[in-house]
Design a protein around this ligand. Structure first.
Ligand SMILES: Cc1cc2nc3c(=O)[nH]c(=O)nc-3n(C[C@H](O)[C@H](O)[C@H](O)COP(=O)(O)O)c2cc1C
Ligand SMILES: CCCCC(=O)C(=O)O
Length: 376
């Protein structure tokens, strides 16, 4: 049966549920479980989708819009859509080219990519594959701060346009799929390329260290459960790049992020992979927007699947969203072509959703496009 598939692109459907199922048939079972998995009972993962599905758009008719303008400006940069690729670790579990294929697809569609600290390709390799296309770097601040500083320097030197520091995974969530299979890409050495290529990290290893020693050292220092807001202030002092804090759900944490030097926040539940039973990102979004005011960039992720989802997030105060798992399913199905396919679907769906809502541009999208039970 596998022979029958060889050399032929698996069917790239435009139906995301079918696409995920197809990826589940093509990807290695433990890799698919890692990507699709959530924490605990999966309640927060489901709540992420339920929050979008519970909201309804109320479209307006005959506004004469030939083509809706989906572009947006973020940190002074014009983006064709209010969408960036979310940082997803260890993408070689889906395809041998990993993040290099992803960034080429991102470049072909104009969607910026946020590269994970735990990418399976080095940030320099991905910069080269990007060929000047905008990218941001997601930082897990290691407990060895000198390694963290080195990662930031490398990101700056390679032309990454912002640092997104993730604060919701200083402890790894309780993830049954990973625990039961005993599978972790990182323990197999996938997703630590930015460390093994780092001179400061390597200096902390014996000269004759083997791959196992590198993985063990990575496991010791790669995240830091003792992080506090003071560390964010330290990071702020390290770089002039825009600094965003990813993983915010409480409005007071959004305020604290700004007080400690952040330029923006990403409201996120990490796709339901961290605290099971937490509030959904979409539920938190309006309060976070209110807390930071109208001028601070607020992004959100966790559950974005359709063009209408993007509009709903924008209506509740997001400047842009991060698109997650679906593009890795595309990568698993057909490498960079699969990622490009998934992105083109989202872009087309978004442009149609905006036009069908009766909005000429994203500036026209606000709470008024959402049903509030009172249509007088
Ligand atoms: C397989 C996988 C790996 C991830 N790795 C990272 C990571 O390295 N850094 C990070 O900040 N978030 C990471 N995330 C979280 C995503 O950036 C994003 O918040 C989440 O995928 C959004 O949920 P959705 O994909 O269901 O829309 C990861 C998510 C998945 C599914
Ligand atoms: C410590 C986090 C590992 C990568 C990640 O963010 C994820 O799997 O969700």
């Amino acid at each position: 049966m596998m022979e029958g598939l060889a050399g032929r692109a698996p069917r790239l459907t435009t139906d995301l549920t079918a696409l995920e199922a197809a990826a589940g048939r093509v990807m290695a079972p433990e890799a698919f479980a890692y990507v699709s998995g959530t924490a605990g009972s999966g309640a927060t993962g489901r709540a992420g989708r339920a929050a979008f599905e519970a909201l309804r758009l109320v479209p307006r008719m005959l506004r004469g819009t030939r083509r809706a303008d989906t572009s947006v400006t973020l940190f002074g940069q014009r983006l064709p859509v209010p969408v960036l690729l979310a940082p997803l670790a260890a993408q070689q579990v889906a395809h041998p080219e990993g993040e290099s294929a992803t960034v080429r697809a991102a470049a072909a569609t104009g969607v910026p990519m946020v590269l994970s600290t735990f990418a399976s390709r080095t940030l320099e390799e991905v910069a080269e594959a990007a060929g000047g296309h905008p990218r941001w770097f997601q930082l897990y601040l290691p407990s060895d701060r000198a390694v963290g500083a080195s990662l930031v320097r490398r990101a700056e030197a390679s032309g990454y346009g912002a640092i997104v520091v993730t604060v919701d995974a200083t402890h790894l969530g309780f993830r049954p799929a990973e625990l039961d299979s005993g599978y972790s890409p990182f323990l197999r050495g996938t997703g630590i390329a930015n460390f093994t290529s780092d001179p400061v990290f390597r200096a902390g290893l014996p000269a004759d260290a083997d791959a196992t020693q590198a993985v063990l050292r990575w496991a010791q220092i790669s995240t830091d459960p003792t992080l506090t807001w003071e560390d964010l202030a330290w990071l702020r002092g390290l770089t002039r790049l825009p600094l965003l804090v990813k993983g915010i759900l409480h409005p007071d944490d959004a305020r604290l992020a700004l007080e400690h030097g952040a330029d923006g926040v990403v409201v996120s539940t990490h796709g339901g992979r961290q605290l099971d039973g937490s509030v959904s990102a979409l539920e938190s979004l309006p309060a976070v927007r209110a807390a930071v005011g109208s001028d601070v960039p607020v992004l959100m992720d966790s559950g974005i699947r359709t063009g209408s989802d993007v509009l709903k997030a924008v209506a509740l105060g997001a400047d842009a969203v991060l698109y997650g798992r679906p593009y890795v399913y595309g990568l698993g199905l057909d490498g960079g072509r699969g990622v490009e396919h998934v992105l083109r679907c989202l872009l087309t769906d978004l442009a149609l959703a905006l036009a069908l809502t009766g909005c000429a541009s994203l500036a026209d999208v606000g709470p008024h496009v959402l049903a509030n039970g009172d249509l007088r």
